[in-house]
Design a protein around this ligand. Structure first.
Ligand code: TYM
Length: 368
């Protein structure tokens, strides 16, 4: 298993990540505290898709006493957005609405330029715009949402980035990110830029409040180094809430833009969706007759995961689908057809919202 901000490989063992990264599991106690503010637990918490955290308890205690927090998350614009990216963003929207907090959303066109040898700034700038439309399409409101485009907003970020960079030694950076002699020096410096938005709220408003970061667990190495320097620089430590990876449609592994045939992009056409879903890996048997007799295995089925993560909110219906699958009462074709329909319904609405977002994207700028 490899889990870094740039690479996720192998079967991800989330319990092991909690131990190795030194994060905390999300406990029942914490869930009931969250429910006090959100009425009902969000599906992603009910199903433990968000499964781990750092200092979420501290942030909630402060909130109880009247200290707000801000939300911070982001996107590296290396290409089009896939529905895995939407998982933490949908959750962020929910937390924003329930806790009435501000969101800073960083789009790291510089990161993707430095890391990918092939990419150009022109390309990452183009995807920065495209990816911002996907964020806005989810329903974030401009009053409370500030999109930071690194290359455009560097003036606002730069002094904080320098403060952070000065406190991180090369040996810490190498140990945290696995830098090699061949790593370009832009990349070596770059993690200080992902740290900067954790502290930007103080600069913009004078309020020194913690940032809570919802993201998949691959981003955690950034927060380890950021948390180490935060108090030394007079800021609150940023807190995190980590989610699991939405798998791809293949056999194991997360959804990843580098494998387009097993990823559903937000701009896919209905035909592309149907084809990808139809070719997906399932826990089915070689023949329909065999499957009806011995049942299938939903635990290895990529299609079942999509119902679990996003497309079956009703827990009873989800359990019933699982039972029928194990009993051989439904076949893979049925689950695939229904999933493709749900995906296409969701994407149709998302694509309409994306178009509308083009008229209002400037309202979300950091410097508006
Ligand atoms: P990026 O563009 O790789 O990913 C964007 C967000 O999506 C999450 N993610 C996933 N979540 C669920 N299932 C998946 N299959 C999946 N793949 C990716 C990532 O964890 C991330 O939350 N360096 C960052 C950009 C960034 C950022 C941040 C991310 C800047 N500041 C603050 C999170 C929080 C990046 O390249 O993300």
């Amino acid at each position: 298993m490899v889990v870094t901000p740039w690479e996720v490989k192998g079967r991800v063992d989330y319990e092991r990540l909690i131990r190795e990264f030194g994060t905390q599991p999300i406990t029942e106690d914490l869930l009931s505290k969250i429910t006090q503010y959100t009425d009902k637990l969000h599906l992603q918490l009910q199903r433990r898709i968000f499964f781990s955290h750092r200092d979420l308890d501290t942030v909630l205690e402060l909130y109880e006493k009247g200290t707000k927090f801000v939300l911070y998350t982001g996107r590296g614009p290396s290409g089009p957005v896939h529905i895995g990216h939407l998982v933490p963003w949908m959750f962020t929207l929910h937390i924003q609405e329930k806790f009435k907090t501000r969101l800073y959303f960083q789009i790291t066109d510089d990161e993707k330029f430095l890391i990918d040898t092939e990419s150009t700034l022109e390309e990452t700038n183009k995807y920065a715009y495209e990816n911002a439309l996907d964020l806005i399409a989810l329903g974030f409101k401009p009053e409370n949402t500030f999109i930071i485009y690194d290359t455009k907003d560097i003036k606002t970020l730069y002094d904080i980035t320098l403060e952070v960079a000065k406190k991180i030694t090369y040996s810490t950076a190498r140990a945290s990110f696995g830098f090699q002699d061949s790593t370009n020096i832009g990349w070596v410096f770059w993690p200080a830029l992902q740290a900067a938005p954790c502290f930007i709220h103080k600069k913009l408003t004078g309020e020194n409040v913690p940032a809570l970061i919802p993201a998949a667990i691959d981003q955690d190495p950034y927060w380890r180094v950021t948390r180490d320097v935060a108090t030394r620089l007079g800021y609150c430590k940023p807190a995190q809430i980590h989610c699991r990876f939405l798998p791809g449609l293949g056999q194991g592994g997360k959804m990843s833009a580098s494998q387009p045939e097993t990823s559903i992009f937000t701009q896919d056409t209905p035909e592309q969706v149907k084809r990808k879903v139809w070719n997906a890996f399932t826990g089915g048997k070689g023949t329909a007759a065999e499957q009806r007799k011995t049942g299938a295995d939903p635990t290895v089925c990529s299609i079942f995961q999509y119902y679990f993560y996003l497309f079956e909110e009703d827990g009873t219906k989800l359990s019933e689908r699982e039972r029928k699958c194990r009993a051989g009462e439904i076949l893979c074709g049925e689950c695939k057809t229904a999933l493709a329909e749900r995906l296409n319904k969701f994407l149709k609405q998302h694509q309409e919202n994306r178009e509308k977002a083009k008229d209002k994207i400037n309202e979300y700028s950091l410097t508006r």
